[in-house]
Design a protein around this ligand. Structure first.
Ligand code: NAG
Ligand code: NAG
Length: 989
């Protein structure tokens, strides 16, 4: 390294420049040495302004960094008192983005550079290695990329922290040469997989070592245990294997050990208990087993103790109850057993406690909240028995209480119902009895109250109505009696209400209809009486309705058909009258059995079921009449379309073409000499040309027919002609023609015309030069680059979303496409997407009328999950399919691939990769992903995940999809040329 030398020459050059001037005029000499280029301070000013120029500073914190001022007055800059040189820059958490200028190396005296917790991107400039006085370099929590330059020349470095960035390449091993280091943070970056460098053992003065989330594998090298000054050892979230060496006992100063999320095996070494300074210990999510060394309770300074998700067993040493500093304790998902230490928490400021999924038995510990600061009490899935101790009545700090799936019994102490901060109370699956006290009205933060499968009795308190944040109320399988309080209608956030299997009487309150967010309502197996209120049809989110096994009377409100239910059960009541046909279609006859007075319409019967009556003649005739009317209106509207088409044809002087047997593609044609042509757009079409289909022009075979490319001689254009399968029923043609012919939208494929004769039918579409989206996603251009970069993909996503949104929201009645998939999104020569193939599209009004073509709508891999148990399609099934298309766009993968595993699809595969950013990045198509657009791709990924939500009601509408996608616009489309650096890449994304 020649840093000092080159620095010296730089200074010398500056002086030499001045020399000739000195010989000229004395006053000039004077001037020269006063003007900026000559003084070291001027060099520093310039360097700082260059640094400022490359940073983006939305909060204007660098406003004081001006040419006129002294650097020592700049915000965040510190100068040496004697020399006046810049020694420190501290701009931590100032919302800065942009890049770090290499000019930082011109600050020769810089000892401390702190730029942590900003959004700075770009690479770490290798010129930093010239700042030979640097003691402290902290660039952590930014968005730095590229490999880490060799900074081993910075021999004075005591603190090096580049953690939490997106740095790549090898984990820098040269840090082992920086023997003066006290703090070293390299973790949470995107390094290549590799071992922990052995050379780290040289860093004898190191007190803080952070190598978490660094793709490390292999065992912990023995040399690490030579770092005797170490206070914090953090190797978490890697793939480190082997056992925890007993040599760890050599690190006597350790206060914090973080080894969670690795692959460690074996038992904890008993020598661990010699680390008496230890405060925080976390070996969760490894493969450790065995019993805890009993002396572990000698670690009197423990504040956090976590070893969840391992295979530890045996009893927990009683001495845990003697600890005085314990704040967090999490050992869930192990096999601990026996009694729980009786004094646990008695002397500790315990705030969080999770002992779930073990086999603890005996009495429930009573002192967990002795110091009144416990917020999280989780003990689910154990074998605790006896009552819940009274002491918890005073535990007002609780935020989350889950003691479900134990064998606890007796009443809940009164005060426990009144927990002002509790978001979740889960006492389910125990043997609790007694009442829910009216104090529950004080637990106003509650989101979830889960009391199911106990022996609670008494009334459902009307005070529940004060819990306006409540989303889930599960009281099923208890002995609640009395009426359902009408006030429950106040619960505007309630999504799930289960009261089944109780002893409730009285009517279903009309007010329940005011719970507009309710998705899931179950009142089954009670003794409810009266009518099913009409108001239930106001619950526009309702997906599942079960009122079976009650004593309900009266007729089933027709208005319920408005709801987009996917499951319904009204069986076992005393209902009467005709079952509305839409509800019958959703639930089948079994949903209405056991109601003596109910009958079903002869025509709408799905399957023969002797247990349900057919409605009387009068009903039936009315049904047939309605059906006839519907059929008539379909035929009428079809006729109108054809007629309008014909009118247009004659108006435009289009001719009825005499079929030429020589052009025939179909022998049937000869018996039907006349073609019928209906045209929807002003394009000159000659039936001779259209019917002259040659196999060499075949461009695709779809579900409804073959598609050919045809060059039009007359109008000098190209069209696509679809010849429908002969066997396909003509209805299909009508459907497609009717639907498409009347739509005008830039993102929906234009249908120019329709030709029919006897068994042959041809549809003439605009021609799409770039085929379909599926093909384009998997095509590559010459040098192996994908044909579609992210910007094109993004535009296609938005265009296609707009097309579908138009169908759903701007067509009257709305049109459901039912077969959205990447092969049905076509691309014109400018890659503008067009939705195609309306062969199975349905308008919502007509969807239940008349026989439909037997073909099952939709394509495997794109089918919304609710279609597995209901025939009911809604706009939300299109939204789901579009979500799958978005996933294809973001991941570059196919909806179904072997890699996803048996019966799994792209939706499942994606969901398993959303745990953290590292995993999410793996989902993105690496053929197009880059640092600049990752965030934009993730935004689109988020929309895709929303669209593919399991519950239809949770999916956004297509309008919302369009608006969310607009927010995901890639930044280069947003920024002007000025923001781009020399390579044309955006600097400030
Ligand atoms: C780092 O130290 C090793 C010896 O431990 C030496 O061989 C190597 O040259 C040093 N690297 C630098 C860049 O000083
Ligand atoms: C380590 O720390 C000690 C005591 O502070 C100091 O004397 C020694 O120089 C340091 N070692 C290095 C290599 O900087």
């Amino acid at each position: 390294m020649t840093l000092p030398a080159s620095g010296f020459f730089a200074m010398a050059r500056a002086s030499l420049l001045c020399l000739p001037l000195q010989f000229l005029v004395v006053s000039l000499v004077f001037l020269c040495c006063q003007v900026p280029p000559c003084t070291p301070l001027a060099v520093e000013t310039r360097a700082l302004l260059e640094i400022k120029a490359r940073l983006k500073d939305p909060r204007n914190v660098l406003e004081s960094w001006r040419e006129s001022g002294s650097p020592c007055d700049y915000f965040g800059v510190t100068c040496d008192q004697v020399s006046g040189e810049v020694v420190a820059i501290s701009l931590v958490n100032q919302s800065l983005s942009g890049v770090i200028s290499p000019s930082v190396s011109k600050l020769r005296s810089l000892a401390s550079l702190l730029l942590a917790s900003n959004s700075i991107s770009g690479k770490i400039p290798r010129e930093l290695a010239k700042c030979s006085n640097l003691n402290v370099l902290n660039l952590s929590s930014n968005q730095l990329v590229g490999s880490v330059p060799d900074l081993s020349a910075l021999k004075s470095l005591k603190v090096l922290d580049i953690a939490v960035n997106r740095l790549s390449g090898k984990l820098p091993g040269w840090v082992g040469n920086l023997t003066g280091l006290i703090s070293l943070g390299l973790g949470d970056n995107d390094y290549d997989e590799g071992d922990i460098p052995d050379t780290l053992g040289n860093l004898k003065n190191l007190t803080w070592l952070f190598l978490g989330r660094s793709h490390l594998k292999g065992e912990i090298p023995e040399s690490i245990f030579e770092l005797t000054a170490l206070v914090t050892l953090d190797l978490s979230v890697n793939n480190i294997s082997g056992t925890l060496s007993k040599s760890i006992a050599k690190l006597r100063n350790l206060k914090q050990i973080e080894l969670f999320h690795n692959n460690l095996t074996g038992e904890l070494p008993p020598e661990l208990v010699e680390l008496t300074a230890l405060q925080q210990f976390d070996v969760s999510a490894n493969n450790l087993h065995g019993e805890l060394p009993p002396e572990i309770v000698n670690l009197k300074n423990l504040t956090v103790f976590q070893l969840y998700s391992n295979n530890f067993s045996g009893a927990l040493p009683e001495g845990f109850g003697d600890l005085h500093h314990l704040i967090g304790f999490s050992i869930y998902r192990n096999s601990f057993s026996g009694n729980f230490p009786a004094n646990f928490g008695r002397f500790s400021p315990l705030g969080s406690m999770d002992i779930s999924e073990n086999q603890f038995s005996g009495e429930f510990p009573r002192f967990l909240c002795a110091n009144r600061v416990l917020q999280f009490l989780l003990a689910l899935e154990n074998n605790f028995s006896g009552g819940l101790p009274d002491s918890y009545a005073e535990c007002k700090s609780l935020v989350r209480v889950r003691i479900n799936q134990n064998q606890l019994s007796g009443p809940i102490p009164g005060g426990v119902w009144a927990l002002p901060y509790a978001k979740m109370i889960d006492f389910s699956d125990n043997n609790f009895s007694g009442v829910v006290s009216s104090d529950i009205g004080n637990s106003t933060s509650l989101n979830q109250l889960l009391l199911q499968n106990n022996r609670f009795s008494g009334e459902v308190p009307s005070e529940l109505s004060k819990l306006t944040n409540l989303e889930k109320l599960l009281l099923m399988n208890n002995s609640f009696s009395g009426n359902i309080p009408a006030e429950i209608g106040n619960l505007g956030q309630l999504g799930s209400l289960h009261l089944e299997e109780n002893l409730l009487t009285g009517p279903i309150p009309v007010e329940l209809g005011e719970c507009s967010k309710l998705v899931d309502l179950n009142l089954a197996a009670n003794a409810l009486s009266g009518n099913i209120p009409n108001s239930l049809s106001q619950m526009s989110s309702l997906n599942s309705l079960n009122v079976s096994g009650n004593k309900l009377t009266g007729s089933i409100p027709e208005s319920l058909a408005k709801l987009k239910l996917s499951s319904i059960d009204m069986s076992g009541n005393q209902l009467s009258g005709e079952v509305p046909s839409d509800l019958l279609r959703i639930g089948g006859t079994k949903a209405f059995l056991g109601n003596m007075g109910l009958c079903v319409d002869q025509n709408s019967r799905l399957q023969k079921n002797p247990d349900i009556k057919i409605c009387s003649e009068k009903h039936t005739r009315r049904g047939i009449l309605a059906d006839k009317l519907a059929l008539f209106s379909i035929i009428l509207s079809a006729l109108v379309v054809v007629l309008v088409g014909l009118l247009l044809v004659s108006y435009k002087n289009f001719k009825y073409v005499e079929a030429d047997p020589a052009n025939s593609v179909d022998e049937e044609k000869e018996t039907y000499p006349k073609w019928k042509l209906a045209s929807f757009h002003h394009v000159e079409i000659d039936a001779d040309e259209i019917c002259n289909l040659e196999e060499e022009n075949l461009i695709g075979i779809g579900g409804t027919g073959k598609v050919y490319r045809v060059e039009l001689k007359k109008s000098d254009g190209t069209v696509a002609v679809k010849q429908l399968w002969k066997a396909d029923c003509a209805k299909l043609l009508l459907a497609e023609m009717e639907t498409l012919g009347n739509i005008r939208h830039r993102n929906i494929l234009k249908l120019y015309a329709c030709l029919m004769r006897g068994g042959s039918s041809f549809l003439v579409f605009e021609y799409m030069a770039n085929g379909n989206l599926f093909q384009a996603l998997h095509r590559q251009v010459k040098d192996g680059r994908p044909e579609l970069d992210w910007f094109q993909r993004y535009r296609i996503a938005v265009g296609a979303a707009k097309g579908i949104a138009y169908l759903h929201h701007d067509c009257s009645p709305p049109i459901i496409h039912r077969d959205i998939k990447s092969t049905n999104i076509l691309l014109d020569e400018h890659y503008e997407p067009k939705i195609a193939d309306f062969g199975v599209a349905k308008t919502i009004e007509k969807s239940h009328k008349g026989p439909n073509c037997s073909r099952i709508a939709g394509t495997h891999g794109y089918l919304a999950p609710e279609l597995a148990y209901t025939l009911k399609v809604s706009e939300k099934t299109d939204v789901y399919s579009f979500g799958v298309v978005l996933l294809e766009i973001v991941t570059g993968r196919r909806p179904l691939e072997d890699e996803y595993g048996e019966g799994r699809d792209i939706v499942h595969w994606t969901l398993t990769h959303l745990s953290d950013r590292k995993n999410v990045l793996k989902v993105l198509d690496d053929k197009v992903a880059s640092d600049y657009i990752e965030d934009d791709m993730i935004k689109v990924l988020k929309v895709a995940v929303l669209c593919t939500a399991k519950l239809p009601s949770l999916r956004p509408t297509m309008r919302e999809v369009v608006s969310m996608l607009s927010d995901a616009e890639p930044c280069t489309l947003r920024y002007t040329e000025n923001d781009a650096d020399k390579n044309g890449r955006p600097v400030f994304c």
